[in-house]
Ligand binder design. Structure first.
Ligand SMILES: *Cc1c(COP(=O)(O)O)cnc(C)c1O
Length: 432
């Protein structure tokens, strides 16, 4: 089995960051998300270094939506990361994690006037997604006597080989301004007094396992940059978004680009256009999944095994805690703790406790024998895992544990039944 260095197997037992999963499950209960902080930091450093060794000014903005736990934002803030934020909540968390407003890009295709006011007051850069938003932001910014830095989000119309729900750069996607209208957007922005266009932004999608779409995007962006500079736009940065994928298969070889491959794909068009025009913009990138996905496992306990149409393994977490398999048909490797590395004996389908037929974490997996009470680890659940969880079926969310230097601590306690009702109100006519 190919595992990242923070996951180890000894005598069939899986450990994360040097701590046995069985110990973690006993100490904190299941289901349980467990994250290795040192893994995230080491991926961040290598990612940043591969880019910085090829281009003079690089800023890595972690896409906070991938995993917005404050402890993770803090760990990355300490490394000098900024953040790509998509909501007032993410914006506030990134600031409270210690990130500087100048290192944040406030993104989104549907921002309210309250969202825009917060952005203006916080002094973050805004990625503007429509002409309508530009005019609103300009008005708000002028009213507050500010000049807000903006980039436009370009839709580069690039077909990306990934799941259709996570392709965001298609011509038909809801994100971005069509690239044939983008010059008009900058022209209008140059005439605004409340905003200043200083950057250009795009993001083509997620879990991309080829470098060509990134290279193609960089070429499209370089082409637009050439026109913008001629129009008199002074570009402080070119932001190429995130989307670098990771290998989710660990029992077989799955090829994935390295940060070096990624850097080699995106940098040449940007370096060339900068040299040609004599400009010096920073390169911004927004990795989410790549930095956090493999840092985390979801530990689940087997409630029962049922031989029916299939061998169903009923565990204590379902799409309430990990929606990716149900929503994106995504694949997460499963490890049977205690029998990790043993030869498979059966084909199992791992299902959760939610009242939906689609509540499946893993389908038709060849695994070692599984019985009630066993502990399973679902791998690579650090990105779009806990952050997409819900209380569906009135199940409180589970705890999240962080590991660093051989020590484990809670970074989020489990919710209780009281948490489920904490925001509910009894309407007056029901109070007698
Ligand atoms: C989601 C998102 C990212 C991160 O995508 P990953 O695939 O997790 O790297 C970056 N930028 C924007 C604008 C996004 O919406």
């Amino acid at each position: 089995m190919n595992l990242p260095p923070h996951l180890t197997i000894r005598e069939g037992q899986l450990a994360i960051g040097g701590i046995d999963c069985a110990t973690l499950a006993t100490r904190y209960g299941t289901p349980l998300y467990v994250t290795d902080q040192d893994r995230i930091v080491s991926l961040f450093r290598s990612f940043r270094d591969e880019l910085s060794s090829r281009y003079p000014k690089v800023k890595v903005l972690y896409a906070a939506k991938a995993n917005g736990n404050l402890a993770i934002l803090r760990a990355l803030a300490r490394e000098g990361a900024g953040a790509d934020v998509f909501s007032p909540g993410e914006l506030r968390l990134a600031l409270s994690a210690g990130m500087a407003p100048g290192d944040l890009l406030f993104n989104g295709s549907s921002k309210s006037t309250d969202d825009l006011s917060l952005a203006v007051e916080s002094g973050v850069t805004v990625s503007v997604d429509s002409f309508d938003e530009l005019r609103q932001l300009d008005r708000i910014s002028q009213k507050k006597g500010k000049e807000t830095k903006i980039a436009f989000r370009v839709n580069p119309a690039i077909d990306v080989p990934t799941h259709r729900k996570i392709a965001t750069g298609l011509a038909t996607s809801k994100f971005g301004i069509p690239h044939d209208r983008i010059r008009d957007a900058y022209r209008e922005a140059l005439a605004c007094r409340g905003v200043k266009p200083v950057g250009i932004h795009c993001h083509i999608g997620s879990q991309i396992l080829a470098t060509e779409p990134f290279a193609q995007t960089a070429r499209v962006m370089a082409e637009i940059v050439r026109d913008l500079v001629r129009m008199g736009v002074t570009l402080e940065f070119i932001d190429l978004g995130g989307g670098l994928g990771i290998p989710y298969h660990h029992y077989e070889e799955e090829r994935a680009p390295t940060p070096a491959d990624y850097a080699s794909a995106i940098i040449p068009p940007i370096r060339d256009v900068s040299a040609e025009l004599g400009i010096n913009p920073a390169l911004w990138v927004e990795p989410g999944r790549y930095l956090v996905a493999d840092s985390t496992i979801l530990l689940v306990r087997v409630n029962s095994v049922k031989k029916a149409h299939k061998n169903f393994v009923n565990v204590d977490a379902g799409f309430n805690l990990l929606i990716r398999p149900a929503m994106y048909d995504s694949y997460h490797e499963v490890v049977v703790n205690g029998r990790a590395g043993m030869l498979p004996s059966e084909t199992y389908t791992i299902t959760g406790p939610i009242c939906e037929s689609g509540d499946i974490l893993a389908s038709d997996r060849r695994l070692p024998p599984i019985g009630a009470g066993d502990l399973l680890a679902i791998l690579d659940t650090g990105a779009y895992g806990f952050c997409m969880s819900s209380q569906y079926n009135c199940r409180p969310r589970c705890a999240e544990v962080l590991i660093h230097g051989g020590e484990a601590a809670l970074m989020r306690r489990a919710e209780t039944i009281e948490d489920l009702t904490a925001t509910m109100q009894i309407p007056p006519w029901q109070k007698e």
